[in-house]
Design a protein around this ligand. Structure first.
Ligand SMILES: *[C@@H]1O[C@H](CO)[C@@H](O)[C@H](O)[C@H]1NC(C)=O
Ligand SMILES: *[C@@H]1O[C@H](CO)[C@@H](O)[C@H](O)[C@H]1NC(C)=O
Length: 259
C-alpha cells in the first residue's frame, strides 16, 4: 500500500529500503536462532520461538515431523554459528557435535513470513556422508575467523550472492567468473584444503558436469556470508561462503551422500 501512496524518496525517509523487500529485525532473527540452539541442546522442538502454525519442516530435503526429528534429540553442541538475513527474513546456523555416541554436522535454514518462521530446512550429516569427520570439522572451523566486517568494507548482497552463484555454476560451466581470493580454504565434511599459507586457494579440484540446482540463499552482509541450500545433482547439500573484500575467503560444505 505504501508504495502506491508514497514516492520512493518518502519510503527511504521512512527507513524502508525497497517497496517489495521484506525487512526483518536482527534482534528478532537472533532470538529465533538462539531458540533453535536451545531446542537442539535440550532435545525440545517446542522451545523454538516465533513458529507459524503452518510451519513447513524438512530434513535432508524430505518433509518430516519436527516433533520426531533431530530436534527431539538432546545434542551436546561443540560449535555453533548463526547468520541472519534481514532483507529476506531468514537465518542459517551451523552446528558441530563431536559426541562419540553420535557425531553430527548440521546446517539449518529458517525462513520467516510476517515475522514468523514458516519454513525450517535442515541438512543433517553424520557417518557415511561426504568426507564426514566431525572432529576434523570442529578442528578446522574453530581455527577460522568469521568476524563482523567493518561497515565501510562490506560487500553488497548482490556481490555476495553472485560469488556463490559463480562458484556453484562452475561445476557445469567452466567460464563462470568466480572471485577467487587468497588465502581461501574449503572445509568439506571434515577435510580441509587450507595449508595455512598466504597463497592457499579454493580453486582446486572442482568437478565438472554437475548441476547445482534449486538454490535457497541466506545472506548476511555484516559477516560477508551466504549460505546456499541446493540439490547437488540430486543430493541434499549446503555450501556456505564467506567473502572478504569481494573475494572468497572460506567455503563450508555438507553433502548428504550417505543414508
Ligand atoms: C527471498 O527468498 C525467496 C525464497 O527463498 C526467494 O524466492 C527470493 O528470491 C529471495 N529474495 C531476495 C531479495 O533475496
Ligand atoms: C578426523 O579429523 C581429525 C582432526 O583433524 C584427525 O586427527 C583424524 O585423523 C580424522 N579422522 C579421519 C578418519 O580422517
Amino acid at each position: 500500500m505504501l508504495s502506491i501512496l508514497l514516492p520512493i524518496a518518502s519510503l527511504a525517509a521512512l527507513g524502508l529500503s525497497a517497496p517489495l523487500a521484506a525487512t526483518c529485525d536482527k534482534t528478532l532473527l537472533r532470538s529465533i536462532t538462539d531458540s533453535y540452539i536451545s531446542a537442539q541442546t535440550d532435545g525440545k522442538p517446542s522451545a523454538l520461538t516465533s513458529i507459524a502454525s503452518n510451519l513447513a519442516y524438512f530434513e535432508n530435503d524430505k518433509t518430516a515431523d519436527i516433533t520426531k526429528g533431530i530436534l527431539s534429540s538432546a545434542l551436546k553442541i561443540d560449535h555453533k554459528r548463526s547468520q541472519h538475513d534481514t532483507t529476506n527474513c531468514s537465518t542459517y546456523t551451523e552446528l558441530i557435535i563431536t559426541d562419540t555416541k553420535h557425531p553430527y554436522v548440521i546446517g539449518t535454514q529458517m525462513h520467516l513470513t510476517d515475522n514468523q518462521v514458516s519454513k525450517v530446512e535442515t541438512i543433517i550429516t553424520d557417518k557415511g556422508d561426504w568426507l564426514f569427520n566431525a572432529t576434523g570439522t570442529l578442528n578446522w572451523a574453530s581455527k577460522e575467523k568469521w568476524d563482523p566486517i567493518p561497515e565501510a568494507k562490506r560487500d553488497t548482497r548482490a556481490v555476495i550472492q553472485a560469488a556463490a552463484d559463480a562458484y556453484c555454476d562452475i561445476f557445469h560451466d567452466k567460464t563462470a567468473k568466480v572471485p577467487w581470493g587468497t588465502p581461501c580454504a574449503r572445509l568439506e565434511g571434515g577435510s580441509y584444503t587450507g595449508k595455512g599459507t598466504a597463497s592457499d586457494s579454493c580453486n582446486v579440484g572442482i568437478p565438472s558436469g554437475v548441476e547445482l540446482t534449486n538454490r535457497r540463499y541466506v545472506i548476511d552482509e555484516e559477516y560477508g556470508t551466504v549460505d546456499v541450500f541446493m540439490s547437488f545433482a540430486g543430493i541434499p547439500d549446503t555450501h556456505e561462503f564467506r567473502l572478504e573484500g569481494g573475494k572468497l575467503r572460506y567455503v563450508h560444505t555438507m553433502t548428504v551422500t550417505g543414508k
